[in-house]
Design a protein around this ligand. Structure first.
Ligand code: VG1
Ligand code: CO
Length: 542
């Protein structure tokens, strides 16, 4: 047995996991003991770790490799028998969930700050996923936080760094470290869910696509699956090499940040289909030629077309969406006669519904779509589902979405983010809203029917989550939601979600910013956004 060393430490304030794990600046994480305190708090909060297997990997950002070496030494000291590490320290978030489930590990640690920029001056993140494969529920993240506030020491085994790039098994003390191919298990799972033969035939017929991996984790996955297994032309995958700083970009697949892709998909000669994913591979953006698919619509279209895909031919048990996501999926669920669940923001709330077989597809307006195949949202899976639908329907993305609107009506939708505002101003704004007596009053010609701070009782385990976003629901079905982000690392980010139902097909083609102009004005005025934050306009519109 290698020597286990106990290191005395003192607690750090603020090691509280947010919407998706603990995210901080790299400068915070590299402080002596900071990462170690959090990892020990995880190991102390998840039950007996002796003899267990852990999955470990990340999105490849700066500090990923260093953190992995530290976590391996600590896992050995915690008595883990085995740690499975993606080669090069790489594991996309959905691939990590896949591996945890497939090999029945005692959960996993995922190193990622998702779509936040990477590099020495940017962000890092860490989260623990449970044996079911999904993000730890709040009861566990709260236990981890509580532990971090009392921690006095952590343990590690003294050993040299291991070579993360060499496939195979090495040992740290008695603990096995298996360096495995991070793509193979995930790609095999995808082959069971979508019709690879149909998609191969689509590409063979001259169909053209661009996939923007944004120099983040999905590059190797997209090269293998899209270009090698599905026969998409070489060059289909753009920015396919993972870089520690994502090439200086912001690996967030939206119209503002995936500008290379948006440019590539504009004009009559452009490819038929475009997609992008984020830092850790769980988000997706779907584009047609000169056409943007809102994530809420993408969920609804996939739900309506899922039986075209081999993994879903038997139909869906139910759909789940986060509260700020539009009600487009609800309309599909109603037509299919299946339930639609409304959960708080963050994938951790879908886990119980998926485990209980109550929901098959899940989605969030924040470019997250997924299903019961793993317990994370899954960017490439969503892209493959779209390809499967396109291969079977042989219509353009725009035609599929506009036909969907004609059938179900359009939930016109937009999210406005005000990033990096002062925390006190953001909290003051939310307090101001909470205090308003709105129910039954009229705002710019619309009557408020419901006004609350969203609370959720999990229908499976009964756990309650409160203060999940302020909702203003109007009698005509329009809606405004206000939330503060739980993933940022600097100041606060106010998210304003605006939605209005449009049944009239002659108005379906309008730009949402135009169609929603009155509601957007109401949202700004009601929350006194400019007065309180100094911002006349949002920083990002999706
Ligand atoms: C954001 C999104 C939320 C998503 C979360 C994690 O959270 O709004 O829908 O689940 O990011 O996604 P917030 O609290 O900043 O609004 V990822 O791809 O960053 O793991
Ligand atoms: Co992500």
């Amino acid at each position: 047995m290698a020597h286990v060393k106990t290191v005395v430490t003192t607690p750090f304030a603020g090691q509280k996991p947010g919407t998706s794990g603990l995210r901080k600046k790299v400068s915070v994480f590299i402080q002596p003991h900071y990462l170690e305190n959090f990892v020990q708090s995880v190991f102390d909060s998840i039950g007996n770790t002796v003899g267990k297997t852990l999955a470990l990997g990340g999105d490849g950002r700066y500090f990923n490799r260093t953190a992995i070496q530290t976590i391996l030494r600590m896992a050995a000291a915690a008595g883990f028998a085995r740690v499975m590490v993606g080669r090069g320290g790489i594991l996309s978030t959905p691939a990590a969930s896949c591996v945890i489930r497939k090999y029945k590990t005692f959960g996993g640690i995922i190193l990622s700050a998702s779509h936040n920029p990477g590099g020495p001056d940017e962000d890092f993140g860490i989260k623990y996923n449970i044996p079911a494969g999904g993000p730890a529920p709040e009861a566990i993240t709260e236990a981890i936080y509580a532990r971090s506030l009392t921690i006095q020491s952590y343990k590690l085994v003294e050993s040299d760094d291991i070579d993360l790039d060499q496939l195979g098994t090495v040992r740290i003390g008695t603990m096995e470290v298996d360096i495995f191919d991070p793509v193979a298990d995930y790609a095999a799972l995808m082959e069971t869910l979508v019709d690879f033969a149909a998609i191969r035939a689509l590409f063979a017929s001259g169909f053209k696509m661009r996939f923007d991996a944004m120099h983040a984790v999905t590059g190797p996955y997209a090269h293998e699956i899209l270009e090698r297994r599905l026969g998409a032309a070489p060059g289909t995958v753009m920015n396919g090499i993972p870089l520690e700083d994502f090439g200086g970009g912001h690996p967030d697949p939206n119209l503002a940040h995936a500008h290379d892709l948006v440019a590539a998909l504009s004009g009559p000669e452009s490819p038929d289909f475009g997609a992008a994913s984020d830092g850790d591979g769980d988000r997706n953006m779907i584009l047609g030629r000169d056409f943007y698919v809102t994530p809420s619509d993408s969920l609804a279209v996939l739900a309506a077309n899922a039986p075209l895909c081999p993994g879903y031919t038997r139909g869906l048990a139910g759909i789940a969406r986060s509260m700020p996501t539009s009600a487009a999926a609800d309309r599909v669920a109603a037509k299919l006669g299946i339930p639609c669940y409304e959960t708080p923001t963050g994938w951790k709330f879908f886990g119980t519904l998926l485990d209980a077989g109550k929901a098959t597809l899940c989605g969030e307006e924040s470019f997250g779509t997924g299903s019961d195949h793993v317990r994370e949202k899954d960017g490439l899976w969503a892209v493959l589902m779209w390809l499967n639908v396109l291969a079977r329907r042989r219509e353009s993305v725009a035609d599929i979405v506009t036909a969907h609107w004609r059938e179900f009506g359009r939930n016109v939708y937009s999210r406005h983010d005000y990033e990096g505002i002062e925390t006190a101003a953001a909290e003051g704004l939310m307090d101001h809203l909470r205090g308003l007596p709105l129910v039954g009053t009229e705002l710019d010609g619309r009557t408020v029917s419901v006004f609350d701070d969203f609370a959720y009782t999990d229908p499976v385990d009964g756990s309650v989550s409160t203060k999940q976003g302020i909702r203003v629901l109007f009698e005509d079905g329009a809606r405004i939601v206000y939330r503060l982000s739980g993933t940022g690392t600097q100041g606060a980010t106010l998210r304003v979600y605006i939605e209005q139902y449009e049944a009239d097909p002659s108005r379906h083609g309008l730009d949402p910013q135009v169609a929603l102009v009155d509601l957007i004005a109401t949202a700004r005025r009601l929350a006194q956004i400019e007065d309180r934050t100094g911002r006349a306009e949002p920083t990002v519109i999706t």
